[in-house]
Design a protein around this ligand. Structure first.
Ligand code: XLS
Ligand code: NI
Ligand code: NI
Length: 437
């Protein structure tokens, strides 16, 4: 069996370790709040970034070698990618992967031929999965790369393109079910517009919803029991994307009656591009019962695009895991929709990126558990809304009041007292103490 990476299995050695190829914080079997770390943190490898992306950007060529010894754009290459990907997941103790259809095989001109290739590679992947713990987290169809999707897929102005999108979704759902995927993602990269001067927005939104409804119908018919996800993103590649952020996507799903079958896949870098914190979009999803899965990456606050970096910011991973724990966990996973920086182009860097991300999330989990065990932040929030627990507040909550009765109450009070201090600085200081004690 060819070994593609000259790197040993990455083990937990603890924070004192100086071994670059060891986990300092990710200790899969360590119990946190009564559950193993690996169960709190179902990490996934993103096929596209890890096995396909070789550092090409709009100004320059590839810097990394992702040929894995085969000729690119061949089925041999597709297979060695499977072998290399599985070797890497095993060496990093990553139990899940996510894929787009076109990440798996070179796309042919004729969709019938592409589908044949997909059958072949998925047989190979299934075989490979046997005897391992590796599973599919979610699948998706790439409905943004090919030139025909220049105006979107479900939102395209051209009916034939809509049909190709439907065909790709059908096949990607077949593959997701075949590989036992927990979820199916819609990321509407080109579902949006460049200018309203040529766009019928209502027509496009209706069509996208129609495509999603057909996906649900077909998925349920072939036995897909998992969740469908929308992955919100405000822009890039389109100037305006319809699934702008969690709140917008939830409104859309409810409007079209898709909310029973769909949840959200929240990506850190997309939330920040929408002008929110990562925590904000997670919270919006969670309070609506729609926290489905997470694309675990990080952006650069100085850059206005999706840099898809491996997460290193422990404040963010902490607040992310705090949301996850408070939501009672989730059924999805933490997909590293992340890539090394272009100058980090070696095989070693591929592992170092994951080690960084997995350790950052392990730290985030440990910290989040500390915040919950400490209880001061939760207690503060509880206290902050205390006026709604009795008296007029309790009457408001039980909806026993009217504008007239409230107005009479206010008049009786005369001048209002101020609400209690928000104590943001104190709470941030508690957070720092918990993180760095
Ligand atoms: C791009 C998206 C994409 C989705 C899957 O910005 O994050 O990678 O996760 O299509
Ligand atoms: Ni993503
Ligand atoms: Ni992204």
């Amino acid at each position: 069996m060819t070994e593609y990476f000259n790197i040993k299995k990455v083990e937990y050695e603890g924070p004192q370790s100086k071994n670059d190829f060891a986990f300092k914080f990710y200790n899969p079997d360590q119990l946190v709040l009564g559950k193993k770390m690996k169960e709190h943190l179902p990490f996934a490898m993103a096929w596209w970034h890890n096995l396909c992306n070789a550092g090409k950007d709009i100004f320059g060529d590839e810097t990394a070698d992702k040929a894995f010894g085969a000729e690119k754009k061949t089925m041999d290459h597709a297979k060695v990618k499977v072998d290399a990907g599985f070797e890497m997941m095993e060496k990093l103790s990553i139990e899940y992967f996510c894929f787009h259809d076109v990440d798996l095989v070179p796309e042919a001109d004729d969709i019938k031929e592409t589908n044949k290739r997909l059958d072949e590679i998925s047989d190979y992947m299934l075989e490979k999965m046997k005897g391992t713990n590796i599973k599919c987290l979610w699948g998706t169809a790439n409905l943004f790369g090919h030139p025909k999707y220049m105006n979107g897929a479900g939102s395209s102005n051209f009916a034939d393109v809509f049909c190709f999108a439907a065909a790709q979704i059908k096949k990607a759902l077949d593959l997701t079910v075949k590989l036992g995927g927990r979820g199916y993602v819609f990321w509407g990269g080109r579902e949006g517009y460049e200018t309203l001067l040529n766009t019928d927005m209502k027509f496009e939104l209706d069509n996208i919803a129609n495509l999603m409804r057909m996906a649900v119908e077909y998925g349920r018919k072939i036995g897909f029991k998992g969740d469908f996800y929308i992955e919100p993103k405000p822009k890039e590649p389109m100037k305006h994307q319809y699934d702008y952020d969690a709140a917008t996507a939830i409104g859309f799903l409810k409007q079209y009656g898709l909310d029973k079958d769909f949840k959200l896949n929240i990506e850190a870098n997309h939330a920040t591009l929408a002008g929110h914190t990562f925590q904000h979009d997670l919270r919006v999803a969670a309070i609506n019962g729609m926290l489905g899965s997470i694309d675990a990456n990080q952006g650069d606050t100085l850059l206005g695009w999706d840099t898809d970096q491996f997460p290193s910011n422990v404040y963010e991973t902490t607040l992310c895991m705090y949301e996850v724990l408070k939501a009672g966990g989730f059924n999805g996973g933490l997909n590293f929709d992340a890539k090394d920086r272009r100058p980090s182009y070696t095989d070693e860097d591929m592992f170092l990126g994951y080690i960084l991300g997995m350790d950052a999330f392990a730290l985030g989990l440990l910290n989040a558990a500390k915040i919950i065990a400490d209880g001061r932040i939760d207690a503060f929030i509880e206290e902050r809304y205390k006026s709604f627990q009795s008296g007029i507040g309790a009457e408001i909550i039980s909806k026993k009041v009217t504008l007239e009765s409230l107005s009479a109450y206010a008049e009786k009070l005369g001048a209002p007292e101020l609400p209690g201090s928000g104590r943001q600085e104190k709470l941030e200081s508690i957070l720092n103490t918990l993180l760095f004690q």
